[in-house]
Write a protein that binds this ligand. Structure first.
Ligand SMILES: [Zn+2]
Length: 167
């Protein structure tokens, strides 16, 4: 019964498209960046709309550095991050998402770029975890301990997104 067999897959795809932070094989879309600084060794850029909303590059960098510090203290150092660019985007990124569904963050492997929506800076540890683990982590397999940690630290509640039992 191919139709029935497809139904759970369709639901899974929908859940992924609504996700917190997805890895993408696509190239990062071009973006205008109005301010550059650095965070955790990575290049950090803010879109004009993020500056217009009152954020400064240094303030965003400080927030991201706190998240990175928490991650590295409990998980692992991520020296590879120094080869990455983080872009804070004014609108939720939609590349690779289904119409009407959006990502809070996206990791573009080929261009070593992380896009994070300005209202969802707390998905940064999720994206850092992808960088630490590599492209095979796109499936989020074995991420339940990480999801538990995020919930325990009050960073992000995404256990159902990761397919993990609620705590
Ligand atoms: Zn992810």
């Amino acid at each position: 019964m191919p139709v029935r067999a497809l139904a759970p897959l369709a639901l899974l795809a929908l859940a992924a498209a609504c996700g917190q932070g997805e890895g993408s094989a696509a190239d990062a879309p071009p973006r205008d960046i109005a301010a550059w600084c650095s965070a955790g060794g990575a290049r950090l850029g803010l879109e004009p709309g993020v500056l217009a909303a009152g954020a400064s590059c240094d303030a965003v960098a400080a927030t991201l550095s706190e998240y990175l510090g928490a991650y590295e203290a409990d998980w692992q150092k991520v020296p590879a991050l120094s080869e990455w660019t983080i872009r804070i985007v004014a609108e939720r990124p939609t590349q690779g998402a289904q119409p009407g569904n959006f990502f809070a963050g996206e990791t573009f492997w080929s261009s070593r770029t992380i896009d994070i929506y300005q209202g969802s800076l707390n998905v940064f540890p999720h994206e850092v975890h992808h960088v630490a683990l590599g492209p095979s982590s796109d499936s989020h397999q074995g991420w339940c301990p990480f999801g538990d940690w995020e919930a325990r630290e009050g960073i992000l509640e995404e256990l159902s997104y990761l397919g993990c039992p609620a705590r």
